[in-house]
Design a protein around this ligand. Sequence first.
Ligand SMILES: C[S@@+](CC[C@H](N)C(=O)[O-])C[C@H]1O[C@@H](n2cnc3c(N)ncnc32)[C@H](O)[C@@H]1O
Length: 239
Amino acid sequence: MAEFDKTQWSEKDFAYGYLEAADIYIVERRRFLEILKSFYTHFLGVKKQNRVLDLGCGDGILVHELLKIDDSISATLIDGSEDMLNKAKERLAGFKNIQFIRASFQELLHTDLHLSDFDLVVSSLAIHHLTLDEKKSLFSYIYSHLNPCGYFVNIDVILPPTERLENWYLQLWKEQIIETQTALKLEDNYGDIIGKYKESRDNKPDTLSDQLNALKDLGFRDVDCFYKYGIFTIFGGKK
Ligand SMILES: C[S@@+](CC[C@H](N)C(=O)[O-])C[C@H]1O[C@@H](n2cnc3c(N)ncnc32)[C@H](O)[C@@H]1O
């Protein structure tokens, strides 16, 4: 856990601060979840007892959304944060066949956790905390832990290809946050999240093309960006 413990995610207040405000500053969060559910229904099909792995699960929101449309799922949720996993355990308390594992991605890559294979690996807003080399290793790990024809879907922030585009995407993000704040009549100012996002050493986004190429190089098929809005993307592929 050495690497993870150096990040802000190891601090309870930081983790809980994210959970409280995520729906405000991840402006398209609900849309991402709807797209994930559409992808799941379309490509995996419900009531098939699919095995799902969520990497960087936070409070378990992704698996919870998938369970709403398919309660035959068995899921493994992994996160480096004990506090996040406790929230996920609370959230998913009523469901069967759910396993929680506290491990950093770095540990996952270097320790054999004896995980069996999955039909779907999902992740949301977590893998950008790894360097490009670590991302490639994690993508390879995912590939090797997918059943034949299994899918990987990653909802994540990316590094735009030019500074000009990045400046516009970040401005767009800020405008959207302010619009949400105004609509909800919130007093707190969430607009400064963009500066914090850019300054944080924990954020190591890479370009979409580097990550799509990494997936293709590993042998993933149907690799594509399934949705994009500014720096926010949903991308992945099929084994
Ligand atoms: C922005 S939150 C996203 C949580 C959840 N997936 C969501 O969409 O709400 C990032 C999550 O990744 C976890 N995380 C960050 N770096 C990690 C690492 N190196 N290993 C394991 N988990 C990590 C954090 O603890 C946190 O729960």
